[in-house]
Design a binder for this molecule. Structure first.
Ligand SMILES: *Cc1c(COP(=O)(O)O)cnc(C)c1O
Length: 223
């Protein structure tokens, strides 16, 4: 049995003051989340809407919930009332749907644009060019109930640390380029860079990550 509280404390101590931990709880039982919660940790990430909603309903309401997985437009409505940050936004269509559901719930939902940085064809995301086009379009500026607060990316699944470092650096570079564009729309502010998982979060932190999404290093491997 992994010592959940100890693992969280250990990882937090490795992160600099500018990086926050999101404990990725997908497939893990409620008891594991409660163990973390009772140790004072309240920021969780899930990658499936149904699991996110059922855990939200069962647990205390001061938890910050992050949707980290691929999100389908027709499921946005289920998480819109409570989600804290949606990490994997990879199309204007999805952003528009989030805006619509956020409006219905009278809130503004924070989002990250997912950027494709790995050279694997299984990972979702926008190219840097597509990200630029999206945020500079007039239709983007008109979305008043979403706020894009940064970028998210996943490095290639490899042991090659140099390659992972290059991929994270490319995301950090894009983040800086966008942050320095003139006349950014008011619903865009580059604050968060979500990168790094159990196998590569130290590299991500070294390259400017502000949010690491760590699951198995806390809760043990998933079945
Ligand atoms: C599962 C998952 C993680 C965490 O993975 P670990 O290797 O268990 O740390 C991070 N990000 C996303 C998008 C995930 O789906």
């Amino acid at each position: 049995m992994p010592d959940i509280a100890k693992n969280i404390a250990q990882i937090c101590s490795e992160l600099g003051g500018n990086t926050k931990l999101i404990a990725v709880t997908k497939t893990k039982p409620l008891q594991d989340l409660l163990t973390a919660y009772e140790a004072g940790f309240k920021r969780f990430g899930e990658n499936k809407v149904q699991e996110l909603c059922s855990k939200y309903e069962s647990l205390p309401k001061d938890i910050e919930w992050h949707m980290i997985g691929h999100l389908q437009s027709n499921k946005v409505k289920y998480i819109a009332p409570f989600v804290s940050l949606i990490h994997g936004v990879d199309s204007f269509k999805l952003l528009k749907e989030i805006d619509k559901e956020a409006r219905k719930n009278q809130r503004v939902i924070d989002c990250l644009l997912q950027i494709y940085i790995a050279d694997e064809d299984t990972k979702f995301g926008l190219s840097p060019q597509e990200a630029h086009e999206l945020i500079l379009s007039e239709s983007f500026a008109n979305l008043s109930h979403i706020r894009v607060i940064g970028l998210m990316g996943m490095a290639s699944h490899t042991d090659d640390k140099e390659k992972i470092a290059q991929e994270f650096q490319s995301l950090k570079d894009l983040f800086e380029v966008i942050a320095q564009l003139p006349n950014l729309p008011s619903n865009l502010s580059m604050q968060e860079l979500s990168m790094g998982m159990s196998g590569d979060y130290p590299i991500a932190v070294a390259h400017g990550s502000t949010l690491v999404r760590v699951g198995s290093a806390i809760f043990g491997s998933r079945a």
